[in-house]
Design a protein around this ligand. Structure first.
Ligand code: PRP
Ligand code: URA
Length: 208
């Protein structure tokens, strides 16, 4: 899977275990997701370009840096919202767009219902946030949507990915790199990731 980067870190493995645990309550789930998102943000943005900006320390002038490119976070509603704060903790200057997509539980087909993006979409690095990449229906639809709106540089950020979803993104959007903390085994007959963590949106928002 050439389009997939697995972000490995002992702290991520520890947090992922908390998220997988069915006994973890909504409050702990949200705070753990936020923390894991911050560690991911750090790794995913390693190659961001900088421009020099002088800074005056209390002692002398020295070279400082600011980001040379704009970053836009686009959570896929609802579950992608659970990753936003963790990313903003690390990239506070990022702008945030939204795309609302849910999968029809019967057909597993994506349905889009809302979108709003910053005007700088075309020139920004877009980090599309969705903790679950299962069949890839929602993810690929969100990417298609972003491209139609002008986005050119898109990275897909998931927490758990299934092989089916990674393959689907590669076949429809070969230019989009997928980042995840783990490649899980497979999907069950209802399109849930195994071993997975259940329904991410429900666990974040307490709608189980
Ligand atoms: C979940 C998840 C993804 C999608 C993944 O959302 O957050 O968006 O399923 O599945 P797929 O790869 O098979 O499309 P869901 O449709 O449950 O909506 P929600 O975020 O509102 O709970
Ligand atoms: N969406 C989820 O929230 N969980 C899954 O396992 C698959 C899709």
């Amino acid at each position: 899977m050439k389009n997939l980067t697995i972000i490995e870190h002992p702290l991520i493995k520890r947090d992922l275990s908390i998220l997988r645990n069915k006994k973890t309550d909504n409050h702990l789930f949200r705070s753990t997701l936020r923390r894991i998102a911050s560690v991911m943000a750090f790794e995913i943005t390693r190659d961001l370009t900088l421009k020099r900006k002088f800074v005056q320390t209390p002692l002398e002038r020295t070279t400082g840096y600011v980001l040379a490119e704009e970053v836009i976070l686009v959570p896929v509603l609802r579950a992608g919202l659970g990753l936003v704060e963790g990313f903003l903790d690390i990239i506070p200057e990022a702008k945030v767009g939204h795309v609302g997509i849910y999968r029809n539980e019967q057909t597993l087909e994506p349905v889009d219902y809302y979108s709003k993006f910053p005007k700088t979409l075309q020139r920004s690095l877009v980090l599309l946030l969705d903790p679950m990449l299962a069949t890839g229906g929602s993810g690929t639809a969100a990417i298609t949507f972003l491209k139609q709106k002008g986005a050119r540089r898109i990275r897909f950020v998931s927490l758990l990915a299934a092989p089916e979803g990674v393959t689907k993104v590669a076949s429809i959007h070969p230019d989009v790199r997928v980042f995840s903390t783990v490649l899980d085994r497979k999907l069950n007959s209802r399109g849930y990731i195994l071993p997975g963590l259940g329904d991410a949106g429900d666990r974040i928002f307490g709608t189980e």
